[in-house]
Design a protein around this ligand. Sequence first.
Ligand SMILES: O=C(O)C1=C[C@@H](OP(=O)(O)O)[C@@H](O)[C@H](O)C1
Ligand SMILES: C=C(OP(=O)(O)O)C(=O)O
Length: 447
Amino acid sequence: MSEADLEARSPWSAYTGVAAVRLAPPAGPVRAELAVPGSKSVTNRAIVLAGLAEGVSELSGILKSDDAWWALAALRTLGLEVEVAGETARIRGGGGRWPVREAEVYVGAAGTLGRFLPPALAVAPEGRWRVRASRRMSQRPIAPLVDALRALGGQVDYAGEEGRFPLVVHGSGLAGGEVTIPGHVSSQFTSGVLLAAPYARGPVTVRVAGGMVQPAYVQITLAMMRAFGAEAEADAGLSAIHVRPGRYRGQALELEADASSAAYFFALAAASGGEVTVTNIGSATLQPDLGFVYVLERMGARVEVAPTRTTVCGPQKLRGGFEVSLKAMSDQTPTLAALAVLADAPVTITEVAHVRHHESDRIAVMARELGRLGLRTEEREDGLTVWPGRPRPARLDPHDDHRIAMALSLLALAAPGLEIANPGTTSKTFPRYWDYLERLGFHVEAL
Ligand SMILES: O=C(O)C1=C[C@@H](OP(=O)(O)O)[C@@H](O)[C@H](O)C1
Ligand SMILES: C=C(OP(=O)(O)O)C(=O)O
């Protein structure tokens, strides 16, 4: 079993110290109406924006998970006043400066924070910070972000290995100008530069090279920047994005629920012939993973999407026999790979090469773990094919990747007794995931 990086866990983690969970499915189809926790992407953008803003922001409906904890902890380390009461965070922004001018800041395993914080530090007029990350985050790509900040006049150094965390970021301001950022590895480099861009001395133009994976996340960035008062324009294809100099102002915002977390429950409804309504996410969101319900529709599910509410009703048997690009919603790659096992024909997922750089190499790990269940897969550079089969119960290793753990758990529907090691790994975005499964009628035994 892979070792969990426990340093990246936070006071908002759950199931830490539990070696594995043994899962038994409910006796019948999964039927439920539930609300899911706040969006990781929206929460961590809101926290960084509130930190950069002038005045107080009140963010309600925050996600309380490791990724969000480390974002709030970073602001505290940098000297900002941060109070959390229930699911509301109150943050007094630094207005583009950070009161603590020298510190080590830890970003945990959060790709969002790891890619959004360095630009927010680089735009400050003074300071010097060492930015350190989890073991896995220190293997994930960061060079395109560092290159972009340097091109805009920022001063960022590698404290150790070239192209990896830890970084040393100097607060020396960004001049502004034009920069080209590769989009095929991660959309987060572009989002990170954009979030800080209003604080550059001159206008910033970001051009994206090589096509953008998951472009909806950049649209979320632009929408949230505007909500905090920035002026930003982009063409629909995001080939050129212009940001004017300006200042964010503190906001009172109600944050969205997490579409990626909701997808596991839609998948359970689809695979068990049940019905699940998630009462706090729908077509009003820009999060791409809500679109996963249309993949389920293709597999035979009936789907109803209202602005803030979504229902999925499963068919008797899931339909496979198709190929689908998940480039726009690649966090659902493990989910679909797991569901394919329960379909009536193979499913091929394409255009997700970049998920090899996520919390684990998600293509290789899904192929390996499904293989351990005795299932047939074929791995390609940019995706995989999964054949239907009868999974035999085994203890699976999520490789310290929250989405692999949650996706593999779906297979308990067909393999009672299935065990997922290191269940606390879901704490990155969904600490209470296993409690939700229990509410849906699963028996979850902590081992
Ligand atoms: O900006 C964001 O909030 C995210 C962007 C995506 O990352 P990549 O563009 O790196 O694939 C996505 O996978 C991640 O979960 C959240
Ligand atoms: C890729 C993911 O996270 P991160 O924000 O760390 O990139 C994810 O949540 O699936």
